[in-house]
Design a protein around this ligand. Structure first.
Ligand code: FES
Length: 322
């Protein structure tokens, strides 16, 4: 069952060219909103019946309201156009409880890299690291200074934030950023797919292909290669749902989430693209072709969980904790 609530738009603010922030609060109640940590996002229901995911970018200590920021994306699916063109102060939005697939992990140092509106989760992360006195650097790139939201808020963090407007300063030197990462440090990146790929490539050049120093978040699969073919060279495999007592014979490409839902088993799901993390399911035994964009390299290698909306078996028998 999805935990969701209706909230009121309390304030909308232009933060940069094409970027508006939206503050959401409870309707007729002073009860605190559910707590969240930097990196969390909420899903917003838009009028076409689908949902969009937006990072929370306010102060997690303030439980009276949540804040998101939305970039107008002409090539998007319509969520940003709805927010920019139709949503107004006083309107109500149905939103889910915050989820976090991008939480700050313990590290000796955090190198945060944000591109464009990818600054939204990074800003709360940077502020939290600053409050806790932990070492970090935030590199924030955008097309132009005018397109970069929250610059005055971020300026309060001083020299720990580097602003790079591409038309004046060029692009960030990712190799240097990754090379300068101290032992035990992690790189967090949020922004366009091209930036994410470039950071991962830089990390592999510097730290080797088995590196596990990059954490990222995407809200769209646009620009991401389609899922790979299943590595299981067989017509069928056996799917065992241990708790509910089902054993099924399925083609390796069958969507596991669809099968499970059709059996009446309640599994949370939102994006169905392997990016929101809601359908994560413990694996009791078996191996998986991980096609999601949520799990880290270490989590993939552990083979103890999978995103059943996109990932597929690579073994003749897969047993899930369902
Ligand atoms: S439903 Fe979003 S990751 Fe599976």
């Amino acid at each position: 069952m999805v935990d969701q609530r209706e909230l009121r738009v309390n304030r909308m603010t232009w933060e940069a060219d094409g970027v508006v922030s939206v503050q959401l609060a409870r309707i007729e109640s002073d009860d605190p909103l559910p707590a969240w940590e930097p990196g969390a996002h909420i899903d917003i229901h838009v009028p076409d019946g689908t949902t969009r995911q937006y990072s929370l970018c306010g102060d997690p200590r303030d439980l009276s309201s949540w804040q998101i920021a939305v970039l107008r994306e002409p090539a998007g699916r319509g969520g940003s156009a709805y927010v920019h063109d139709q949503l107004r102060v006083g309107d109500r939005l149905l939103v889910t409880r915050p989820k976090n697939n991008f939480a700050l992990e313990p590290a000796t140092y955090h190198s945060l890299i944000a591109g464009g509106v990818g600054i939204t989760p990074m800003m709360s992360m940077a502020e939290q690291l600053a409050r806790e006195g932990r070492p970090f650097q935030l590199t924030y790139g955008g097309r132009t200074l005018a397109s970069m939201a929250f610059r005055s808020r971020l300026a309060t963090l001083g020299a720990r934030v580097t602003f790079l407007a591409e038309d004046q300063d060029g692009r960030p030197d990712l190799d240097t950023l990754v090379k300068d990462l101290p032992d035990g440090g992690l790189v967090y990146v949020c922004g366009p797919v091209g930036l994410l790929r470039a950071v991962q490539s830089a990390a592999e050049r510097v730290h080797g292909v088995d590196q596990d120093v990059v954490r990222f978040e995407l809200f769209s699969r646009t620009g991401v290669e389609p899922a790979r073919a299943a590595a299981l060279d067989a017509d069928h495999y056996e799917l065992v749902l241990a708790r509910s007592g089902h054993t099924l014979r399925l083609s390796p490409e069958t969507n596991v989430l669809d099968v499970v839902l059709a059996l009446g088993i309640d599994v949370e799901n939102d994006c169905r693209e392997g990016i929101c993390g809601s359908c994560i399911t413990p694996v009791r035994s078996g191996t998986v072709d991980h096609r999601d964009l949520v799990l880290t390299k270490k989590e993939r290698a552990a083979m103890d969980r999978m995103l059943i909306c996109v990932s597929r078996p690579t073994c003749p028998r897969l047993e899930l904790e369902l």
